[in-house]
Design a protein around this ligand. Structure first.
Ligand SMILES: [Zn+2]
Length: 483
């Protein structure tokens, strides 16, 4: 009852580690999983007197992302120092962008239950990552923290949405779509479990119909889609309960405690002025050449939403099929490869989204790990088209292909699965089934259409699935009409 009177207002700040080979302002490697404090140098350790040099690839990835999110690009932007003290930040400031980010005002489309919906993007800016504190258990209870500075100086994009999201589910969809776009662009590997995609959520609630925003809290430490949804659920309930009791919401930063499944207060929320932002005197302002932007724009790959439109408009697939086929770049590439060899998109889509997806799911494999290649799958379609095997047998052959990686024609030959096309052999089975089921035959004669389906099923069973169902249907009708 209480929830029906309030609505949630959610905005996400997403931090993405960019897949550059070296860090944002020095030549240290960005690779994940190295021995602690081995990918460091005087620049990313913040030694006195060193000078940062901007990584060109970082800017190019930022441009690609901003263009994919339909943002307005700044032709002139600058870097600022965000000053604060924390043990993972050796310089005591983070190089970021404050009032002149590289891009503003974009959007992306999410798929809600009520159809596609556009969510606004407030801004995209470049910054560097901090190092990492390694805790024993939760940050709130750990007896000590260890500092690893390998990550310090890794290029990041911060992508800030407008407060357009209205539910935890929508927040999840937004993050999923954003992640998909970044993966299609190839600018980040977006591994939440490794921290290359991180998300903070700003959330407030207000009585329905009220235009003014309520006081918001910011939730940190959302390391998975599940954590995002659960933390938002928890926080919405907490805020509504407080408001219903007449309490005020305190503007603060909270952390999601995965073990306890609660959000907990960390510190009161800081304002921008607390950080004493000022332009970094070591980095000149960045002028972005229009020719560069055009070059980047032309080289953008097909993005998920464009691909969905191609599949629904060019290939006449359903929106549902298109969403499944674009769920990863690998699935889309697999589909396109199949269609290039076998131009019946609907057939290809049905098999990929149906039986192949089921097999992948059961074995928890990604499509690129599957032994079934587009060439093998198309081989299976050909056997079906030639009438060598029935649809039912094809499913069994696919399963065998999936387990062994053997070509379908070899499986069919070796296991004797070739469809029975010899009419006299089928005729014998048909007679056998009719003789064994006199009451069903009577039902058929009395006009019960279902009876025929049963008889077809019996003949298929007797042939171990190797009969052609259409031929069986025809022969049964002929034989029945003679009796
Ligand atoms: Zn370095």
């Amino acid at each position: 009852m209480i929830n029906a009177e309030y609505e949630a207002v959610i905005g996400l700040e997403v931090h993405v580690e960019l897949k550059t080979r070296s860090k944002a302002f020095c030549r240290c490697a960005t690779s994940f999983g190295a021995q602690p404090n081995t990918h460091v140098c005087p620049i990313c350790l913040g030694m006195p007197g060193v000078l940062p040099v901007l990584n060109r690839q970082m800017v190019e990835f930022a441009l690609m992302t901003a263009l994919a999110l339909k943002c307005r690009l700044a032709d002139y932007c600058k870097f600022d120092r965000k000053n604060y003290f924390y043990p993972d930040l050796p310089k005591n400031y983070q190089i970021s962008q404050y009032d002149m980010p590289i891009a503003t005002g974009g959007s992306l489309v999410i798929e809600t239950e009520n159809g596609p919906r556009t969510v606004g993007i407030n801004r995209v800016h470049m910054e560097e990552d901090a190092g990492k504190l390694v805790h024993k258990g939760s940050i709130m209870t750990t007896p000590y923290s260890l500092v690893d500075l390998n990550r310090a100086g890794t290029p990041l994009l911060e992508i800030v949405s407008e407060p357009d999201l209205r539910s935890p589910a929508e927040a999840r969809m937004y993050l999923e779509q954003l992640r998909l776009i970044l993966l299609y662009l190839g600018v980040s590997d977006c591994k939440m479990e490794e921290g290359s995609l991180r998300c903070d959520a700003n959330i407030s609630v207000r009585p329905k119909g009220q235009r003014q925003l309520g006081t918001k809290t910011e939730i940190k430490n959302l390391n998975s889609f599940r954590a995002l949804e659960r933390a938002l659920d928890y926080e919405i309930t907490r805020q509504i309960k407080a408001l219903a009791k007449g309490e005020r919401i305190i503007q603060e930063t909270r952390t999601w405690d995965e073990e306890e499944q609660v959000t907990m207060s960390m510190r009161s929320k800081e304002e921008a002025h607390d950080y004493r932002y000022f332009p970094d005197p070591d980095l000149p302002p960045l002028h972005i050449d229009q020719a560069w932007v055009e070059r980047v724009f032309k080289s953008l790959p097909e993005l998920p939403e464009q691909a969905r439109r191609r599949l629904t408009e060019e290939y006449r697939l359903s929106r549902y099929d298109a969403i499944l086929l674009t769920a990863s770049k690998d699935i889309l590439d697999f589909f396109d490869d199949c269609v290039a060899r076998y131009p019946k998109p609907k057939v290809v889509a049905n098999w990929i989204n149906g039986d192949l997806a089921r097999l992948l799911n059961q074995s928890k494999l990604e499509i690129r790990e599957s032994k079934v290649t587009p060439a093998l799958l198309v081989g299976l379609f050909r056997l079906l088209d030639e009438g060598t095997i029935s649809g039912k047998i094809a499913k069994a052959v696919l399963e065998e292909m999936f387990n062994t990686g053997e070509p379908p024609d070899k499986i069919v030959k070796e296991r004797g699965l070739v469809q029975i096309t010899d009419e006299s052999a089928l005729q014998a089975l048909v007679r056998e089934v009719i003789n064994e089921n006199p009451t069903v035959v009577d039902d058929y004669k009395n006009g019960k259409d279902k009876a025929l389906g049963f008889l077809v099923g019996q003949v298929m069973k007797a042939s171990k699935g190797k009969a052609n169902p259409e031929a069986v249907n025809r022969l049964l009708k002929e034989e029945l009409s003679r009796r």
